[in-house]
Design a protein around this ligand. Structure first.
Ligand code: LMR
Length: 391
């Protein structure tokens, strides 16, 4: 039977990660996969996570199954982190294996409810978005997002394309820190996006994978909160991988906002989807997150470290923009300082990206997306010089 299988396309980001690991050159620089690294190149276990793990080890008395939706306390704490107060009567949710699990469950929920719904994705977007949509056989369309020339948002193109969305279609929005471009709408632009989508009676699906990595925990949730307040129904797929640094624990959440009357049936469908796909969601990471969010001291410690992480990336952005100014004698790359989150798309050709890898052991995704956190104060000037050399 298995002879009928065809090879699958490799995920470009994960392929790059494997290539980097195999590269034996000293001083190689990994700007590929979206994982935070400190100045020494380490992806640290955050202090609050370590403290919560210790506490959990001492206090945990059983590993029996939790609930199908995950622990209620986790769902409540995460709803609070993302949305703030006031959604208890409208929010159904499930704990999921990471943000990818949340997206997958969101798309499966859409397929159950309205299989003909077209899923609109930004062009470009995280490559796994179209991959999962395609895999589930859902119709897909793209809206313009990025102005390649100016390396900023193509807002006119975006609004024009969202004007073509049909009633009942789903529009996937990056809640903050757009992946891969790093370019994000301003609050006023978000208002306009919301107005267009409301007029079209579309359903927003917000992917919130980087809360706390852009402008701060609350600022990064601002757009998601506006969307939540504006629409009767919203899906939010969020990840704890980055902001809690618990990548391999696979911790995420899918929140479905609906009317209080429909909440029970939506929740039943979410539970059903968990049961069909993996029964109970992973618990360890979710439990750590709950402990941190519920304990004022742990929470404060986490917020401090997350803020250090965010500011480190911002400082690297400013330094890189300055070094690129010097190295290229132009303001072509000034946008790097204005983008937010882990990523920026530099606007280099694939051939230039390949040269950087082959000649300088600098690894970035083929579309010239860099992970800012892969840099440190010493490697920023090296990258700037190498880029100037391939231009
Ligand atoms: C990325 O975009 O690099 C991250 O979201 C990691 C991944 O799974 O692709």
């Amino acid at each position: 039977m298995l002879e009928a299988l065809n090879p699958q396309p490799q995920d470009k980001i994960l392929q790059l990660l494997a290539m980097f690991r195999e590269d034996k050159r000293a001083g190689k620089i990994d700007l590929g996969v979206g994982v935070y690294k400190d100045a020494t190149g380490l992806t640290p276990v955050m202090r609050a996570v370590k403290a919560a793990e210790k506490k959990l080890w001492e206090s945990e008395t059983t590993k029996t199954y939790t609930a199908l939706a995950g622990e209620p306390a986790y769902n409540t704490a995460m709803q609070g982190l993302i949305l703030g107060e006031g959604y208890a009567d409208r929010a159904a949710s499930i704990s999921t294996p990471g943000g990818t699990g949340a997206l997958r469950q969101a798309l499966e929920l859409i397929r159950l409810a309205r299989p003909q719904a077209k899923i609109w994705l930004s062009a470009p977007t995280w490559p796994n978005h179209p991959s999962i949509v395609k895999f589930l056989g859902l119709p897909m369309a793209e809206y313009r997002y990025f102005d390649v020339e100016g390396s900023g948002l193509d807002f006119a193109g975006l609004i024009e394309d969202l004007g073509r969305v049909a009633e009942g279609d789903v529009v996937l929005l990056h809640g903050c820190c757009h992946n891969p471009t790093g370019a994000n709408p301003t609050p006023a632009q978000w208002d306009e996006i919301i107005a267009v989508l409301k007029a079209k009676k579309a359903m927003p699906l917000v992917d919130l994978a980087y809360q706390g990595f852009g402008d701060g925990l609350d600022a990064d949730a601002e757009a998601t909160r506006k969307v939540a307040a504006a629409f009767p129904e919203v899906l939010i797929a969020a990840s704890c991988s980055k902001n809690f640094g618990i990548y391999r624990e696979r911790t995420g959440i899918l929140i479905a906002l609906t009317s209080p009357e429909r909440k029970a049936v939506v929740q039943a469908n979410l539970n059903f989807l968990n049961r069909q796909n993996y029964s109970f969601p992973p618990d360890h990471g979710a439990r750590l997150v709950t402990m941190i969010l519920e304990d004022p001291a742990l929470r404060a410690e986490w917020v401090v470290e997350l803020e250090e992480t965010r500011l480190n990336m911002l400082n690297l952005r400013v330094q890189l923009a300055e070094e690129l100014r010097k190295a290229t004698n132009s303001d072509r790359f000034d946008f790097v300082a204005h983008h937010r989150g882990m990523f920026s798309r530099l606007g280099l050709s694939e051939a230039q990206v390949n040269r950087l890898r082959e000649e300088n052991a600098i690894y970035m995704v083929g579309d010239s997306r860099i992970n800012i956190a892969g840099l440190n104060r010493e490697t920023v000037p090296l990258l700037a010089k190498a880029i100037a050399a391939v231009l």
